[in-house]
Design a protein around this ligand. Structure first.
Ligand code: CAA
Ligand code: FAD
Length: 379
């Protein structure tokens, strides 16, 4: 048994690799240092079809499978994890959720420009006091007949400043607990909606992360996704696929650091020979190769299950849990392989190490993935 990809899947991988090398690599250090959003590059990603990869072509998408998406995410993440989180949120949290659960009108109005990359979207679940404990939504969406009155604050929203379309979870019927939560499509520019401060982050510094404030924002009823009270299940179901994207991001960060380490170990000499000839370095490379291989299989298993219409929640959580740990382990060792050079920006691995950490936090922390896995195993 081996991972065998179709010609189409390999073509997607090669196109993503080419794009990452020619468009993302130049300037990646400067964007990281100065927290510059890769606006030009994101526009090109849209033109190349990387922002709506799995969406049906009738809604301007690429009609590709999840395996292709994982291959592309890995290649982009090897070089620029800021660009890949922008891509991941748009593809798997925003476009996927809209295509799966949106009305025909919502797809025409919102999905089409999102899938083509004309605009980008954001997924807004987390709040200052509701992160892992996502059912404790404090943001409210009061039912006013033909519209909802939205009030509250969202935290940590990726694409927060650059998005045009926001999927916002909010509580309509607190007495119903999670069954009272709705997901509303909010447009930038709606009266009462303001974008708050941009976070100054450890990693993925080219992506923008903002708080969002809603004060008496009138959101038309037709902007609700699914039935009344479907918002929490919408968020959970969407995150199952999102976690495959973040697992692939973690895999890419690890593979990027691994490839740089091999190259460096073959060039750098110490004690009269290449450091690759010292067994201590060989063992690090062997551990990297082994764990990255396992992470890749797990990402592909989750993607394959999704493409086959199977239940992929457990496999997605496992892939994210494992690949994010591999990303941390591999990038820390990659800095070590590079010695002092690994500690400076020019060699890229210090950035990859900083970027790796977020994959253990967002779209459900590693502890939350273990809860998801254990509940599924023990049910
Ligand atoms: N699909 C569909 N429904 C699901 C589901 C899934 N995968 N998982 C749970 N549900 C349903 C349950 O069936 C339940 O419904 P019923 O009562 O009708 O059976 C309901 O949701 C509530 O589930 P739980 O009782 O399991 O809820 P809980 O309070 O114990 O929490 C949790 C479960 C898994 C911990 C969940 O709160 C969670 O995933 N937390 C993490 C939040 C998260 O991942 N946030 C990410 C934000 S987005 C982001 O981070 C993007 C980015 O960075 C780029
Ligand atoms: P908490 O939930 O307060 O957790 C703190 C610690 O306690 C963690 O280690 C956690 O694992 C642990 N913990 C909590 N509950 C349990 C438990 N039951 N058992 C064991 N351990 C537990 N959110 C969005 O909605 N949209 C976005 O686009 C988005 N982008 C993000 C981008 C960045 C850069 C960051 C940092 C976050 C982003 N998030 C986004 C939010 C992210 O999903 C949350 O930070 C994450 O879910 C954790 O929530 P929290 O920060 O409130 O931590």
């Amino acid at each position: 048994m081996q991972l065998q990809f179709t010609e189409e899947q390999l073509a997607v991988r090669d196109a993503a690799r080419e794009f990452a090398q020619t468009e993302l690599l130049p300037g990646v250090i400067e964007r990281d240092t100065n927290q510059i959003f890769p606006a030009e590059q994101v526009k090109k990603m849209g033109e190349l079809g990387f922002l709506g990869m799995m969406v049906d072509p009738k809604y301007n998408g690429g009609g590709m499978d999840t395996v292709s998406y994982v291959l592309a995410m890995e290649e982009i993440s090897k070089v620029d994890a800021s660009a890949s989180v922008i891509m991941s949120v748009n593809n798997s949290l925003v476009c996927w959720g809209l295509e799966k659960y949106g009305t025909e009108e919502q797809k025409e109005k919102y999905l089409k420009p999102l899938a083509s990359g004309e605009v980008i979207g954001a997924f807004c679940l987390s709040e200052p006091e509701a992160g892992s404990d996502a059912t404790s939504q404090r943001t409210t969406a009061e039912d006013k007949g033909d519209y909802y009155l939205l009030n509250g604050t969202k935290n940590w929203i990726t694409n927060g400043g650059n998005a045009s379309v926001y999927l916002v979870m909010a509580q309509t019927n607190p007495e119903l607990g999670h069954k009272g939560i709705n997901c509303l499509i909010v447009e930038k520019g709606m009266e009462g909606f303001t974008v708050g401060k941009k976070e100054d982050k450890l990693g993925i510094r080219g992506s923008d992360t903002h708080s969002l404030m809603f004060q008496d924002v009138k959101v038309p009823k037709e902007n609700r996704i699914g039935e009344d009270g479907f918002g929490f299940k919408f968020a959970m179901s969407t995150l199952d696929g999102g976690r495959i994207g973040i697992a692939a991001q973690a895999l890419g960060i690890a593979s990027g650091a691994y490839e740089l380490s091999i190259q460096y170990a073959k060039e750098r000499k110490a004690f009269g020979k290449e450091i690759a000839k010292h067994q201590a370095i060989q063992f690090k490379i062997a551990d990297m190769a082994t764990t990255i291989n396992a992470a890749r299989w797990m990402c592909m298993e989750a993607a394959y299950q999704k493409d086959q219409g199977q239940n992929y929640a457990r496999a997605a959580a496992m892939a994210k849990l494992y690949a994010s740990q591999v990303a941390m382990d591999v990038t820390i060792e990659a800095v070590q392989v590079h010695g002092g050079y690994g500690y400076v920006k020019e060699y890229h691995v210090e950035r990859l190490m900083r970027d790796a950490k977020i994959t253990q936090i967002y779209e459900g922390t590693s502890e939350i993935q273990k809860i998801v896995i254990a509940r599924d195993v023990l049910k």
